[in-house]
Design a protein around this ligand. Structure first.
Ligand code: AMP
Length: 560
């Protein structure tokens, strides 16, 4: 604990809030909380730039709750007092969850409603009619309710929070946001939270904030190399598949892993490919219904899955785009092509709190520096270590240089180091990979995509009411099942001993029992590094394998 740091109990917070904070196991405020909470409680408007995972939700949630608790001591009338605008449904759900945790001991006094997630306006009407103290929603959804007169804010609103403000703009919420402001009273306190201070955010600052305090807490948007190890590995298309198969099957990648790809199609291509080797993975993309997406993230956080294959929001700008596209920074989203509904309020790499992610793998390199930072920011959150590994094809080298330049500019520590890996050592696997790739035809990908959406729609809609009544059964619903079992060749499931590179023999046993593996996983996460370096005869190969993530704190189950 940092003795210099202002502690929660020194901030003049209500006991019920302090109790909730203690239950969350937060020993002390994060830097942003230490700075923002006292200023907010003084009534200041704030513009805060803070690295993702820095605890910025609570930095505004705590003062919002405290203010409501204070107001309620004098005015008992029930009204909407705080509005929290978020760019995505996932973030809305997360903010609501955080608010619920913080209001665990004052849930009667501070009622929170998240209206970002549900599709039907009329279904949400009764919730808003009860005038929850805090409303969380996307600008378009909130505006729709204001226009429908399901919600009024002009007399009661005390606090406005705009979270992930920069993303609100890149998601095209600008017009909605502006119209929405006309429904607000003349005086209210505002907090603007943003990972980057873009021109759009500066403009919003002028519009919203009065004499704000600006908190630019971290120079770097990513943790330093002591906490986050970043690697890159040059490899072309076929090698990417060969590599991911080897890394996952030989368990060179340990712990929960997010694999980012450039397009929705590639999500399924990779999933079907891994299916061939009996490596289960979930797919997360904008086509899936919101309930499924949120459920996948919740289950991933609870430890149901090791791997998620995800697209990030840039792939929504152009669904046919691959990672090779050079979408410019701040590129606005256009309507989805191809007929299939994509959810414009989808966001995986941004804001969403994936917990205990040991590794982020950029199977396809992101199209912008921002996207790199947000993807990689899913690991090494709060004080936890993490590893990011990017596969770089020839066409992606320019993008890599852009990222390296940007990170160097921020902090000279933060550069991608080459991941030392001898591709020739895994040549023996190439034949199997080609074999598997042959089964992953365009048609198979198309079918898998359709099948998954159908399956998930069924999960999401038909079973929604059932699961509301039987929440325990929700645990039984898995999202990482095989999509195309017919094309699986059983022999690919196993790794014959003769194919395991010499350097790995005796170190890694891909055929070891599940239980053993699980135990190993809890001990360490990360990408095994310096693999395939030649071992001097007689040397213990373990000595040449160092797990980057070996520093994971013991006994820590949830991260931030
Ligand atoms: P955020 O940046 O708001 O997405 O928060 C990232 C994670 O940090 C969440 O999982 C929070 O539960 C966690 N967190 C927030 N404040 C603290 C704190 N003071 N101490 C430890 N973890 C925290």
């Amino acid at each position: 604990m940092d003795a210099e740091r202002l502690q929660f109990h020194e901030m003049g917070l209500d006991d019920r809030l302090l109790k909730a904070v203690a239950d969350l196991g937060w020993a002390q405020p994060t830097l942003i909380q230490e700075k923002a909470i006292p200023l907010a409680l003084e009534g200041k408007d704030l513009l805060a730039r803070a690295r993702t995972g820095s605890g910025k939700t609570a930095a505004y949630a705590v003062p919002v709750i405290q203010r409501i608790l204070v107001s309620k001591q004098s005015v008992r009338e029930q009204d909407v007092r705080a509005l929290i605008l978020v760019p995505t449904k996932e973030l809305g759900q997360q903010v609501q969850a955080m608010m619920r945790q913080l209001t665990a001991y004052c849930s009667r006094d501070v009622r929170v409603a998240d209206i970002s997630g549900k599709a039907d306006l009329s279904a949400q009407r009764p919730i808003l009619m009860e005038k929850p103290d805090v409303v969380v929603g996307t600008p378009s959804r909130v505006l729709a309710h204001l226009n429908a007169q399901n919600l009024t804010l002009h007399s009661s609103l005390e606090t406005l929070v705009v979270d992930e403000a920069d993303l609100l703009f890149s998601f095209g919420f600008e017009a909605d946001l502006k119209s929405l402001l006309c429904h607000l009273p003349k005086i209210y306190q505002s907090f603007l939270m943003s990972a980057t201070l873009t021109e759009d955010v500066q403009a919003l600052k002028e519009l919203l904030l009065h004499n704000p305090v600006i908190l630019k807490l971290q120079g770097s948007q990513l943790p330093d190399s002591a906490q986050l190890q970043q690697y890159s590995l040059k490899c072309e298309e076929e090698d990417k598949f060969l590599l991911i198969y080897t890394l996952l099957k030989l368990r060179l990648v340990q712990g929960k892993t997010l694999v980012f790809v450039g397009t929705v199609d590639r999500c399924y291509r990779l999933k079907l490919f891994l299916e061939q080797f009996a490596i289960p993975a979930c797919v997360l993309n904008s086509e899936l219904p919101v309930h499924s997406r949120c459920h996948i993230i919740t289950q991933f956080n609870q430890g149901f899955y090791d791997y998620i294959i995800a697209t990030d929001e840039l792939s929504l700008a152009d669904p046919t785009a691959t990672s090779q596209t050079t979408a410019g920074k701040g590129k606005k989203k256009t309507a989805a092509k191809g007929g299939r509904a994509k959810d414009k309020e989808y966001g995986v790499s941004r804001g969403v709190d994936f917990q205990n992610v040991a590794n982020v793998i950029n199977f396809d390199f992101p199209a912008t520096v921002e996207s790199y930072i947000h993807r990689v920011g899913r690991t090494a959150r709060a004080d936890n270590p993490g590893t990011a590994l990017s596969f770089i094809s020839h066409a992606e080298i320019t993008l890599l240089s852009e990222v390296e330049d940007a990170l160097k500019g921020d902090n000279s520590d933060c550069v991608l180091k080459p991941y030392e890996f001898k591709m020739e050592e895994i040549e023996g696997f190439r034949y199997r990979c080609r074999d598997a790739m042959r089964s992953v035809t365009k048609q198979a990908v198309k079918e898998a995509r359709l099948k998954e959406i159908k399956q998930e729609l069924l999960n999401s809609e038909k079973l929604k009411t059932y699961f509301e009544d039987n929440p325990r059964d929700l645990q039984l619903l898995r999202h990482d099942k095989d999509l195309h079992p017919a094309v699986i060749k059983p022999h690919l499931k196993n790794v014959p001993e003769y194919l395991i590179p010499d350097a790995l023999k005796g170190v890694i046993n891909p055929l070891s029992s599940k239980r053993k593996r699980r135990r190993a996983k809890t001990k360490q996460g990360g990408v095994v590094r310096t693999g395939f370096k030649k071992n001097a005869p007689g040397n213990n190969p373990l000595k040449s394998f160092r797990s980057v993530g070996g520093k994971h704190r013991k006994g820590k189950t949830s991260q931030s």
